[in-house]
Design a protein around this ligand. Structure first.
Ligand code: PGA
Length: 227
């Protein structure tokens, strides 16, 4: 069964999120995962959806103002956490070492981790895509035996309306699976127009969707095709 994960990022205010939640169908499918700004998680939990948060810290509790721990996340009934999204890596300077610590703490608390990896445009142009994927996987998952979900998100494809070709995605995901044979999602400018083609790539286990997931109609079209 494939996964559709909606990464709402830092979008929607209180009124908008209420509308959004009201509009979504009553899916009885745990493979549809809503990943809203964390303060809105209860609205999605109340409706019985699978829920994730967009980040967590690597400690259990204590004086870490502004952070949220995996044990707190789990105690809310939230099952998933995104770790290593490129926006965290770029804007908040999160490196593979820190991400490795976060993944360990999340797994220790029985959260399902969606670990994001992907090359920048510059790295792609230098022919370094596989090198980068390998480094992010090997360091991020160092000394970790538990399975995680990988999200392959080429940084240059996020929010740009440009995607790699199906062959490029298939090739990158085969490479990822040759190193870690885990469920692997594709993310980066997935929308209701290109989903049919993306969904036909044979080794893709689902999608992490940003922009298009803010529009309930688009998201529902995607869900209908994928699940
Ligand atoms: P996008 O974002 O679908 O808007 O490109 C995907 C993501 O960042 O997870």
């Amino acid at each position: 069964m494939k996964i559709v994960a909606a990464n709402l990022k830092m979008n929607l205010n209180y009124e908008e999120i209420k509308n959004y939640v009201q509009k979504i169908e009553n899916y009885d499918n745990k493979n549809i995962i809503f990943i809203p700004t964390s303060i809105y998680a209860p609205y999605f939990l109340n409706r019985g959806y699978s829920v994730g948060v967009q980040n967590c810290y690597c400690m259990d509790k204590g004086a870490y103002t502004g952070e949220v721990s995996p044990s707190q996340i789990k105690s809310m009934g939230i099952d998933y956490v995104l770790i290593g999204h490129s926006e965290r890596r770029i804007y908040f300077k999160e490196d593979n070492d820190l991400l490795n610590k976060k993944i360990r703490e999340a797994l220790k608390n029985n959260l399902k981790v969606i670990y994001c990896i992907g090359e920048t445009e510059e790295e792609r142009n230098l022919g370094k895509t596989k090198e980068v994927l390998k480094e992010e996987l090997m360091s991020g998952l160092k000394d970790i035996d538990d399975e995680v979900i990988i999200a392959y998100e080429p940084v240059w494809a996020i929010g740009t309306n440009v995607t790699p070709t199906s062959l490029e995605i298939e090739d990158a995901i085969s490479y990822i699976k040759s190193l870690y044979n885990y469920p692997t999602l594709y993310g980066g400018s997935t929308n209701d127009k290109n989903i049919e083609e993306l969904n036909s790539i044979k080794n893709v286990d689902g999608f992490l969707i940003g922009g298009a997931s803010l529009d309930v109609e688009k998201l529902e079209k995607i869900i209908k095709i994928v699940l």
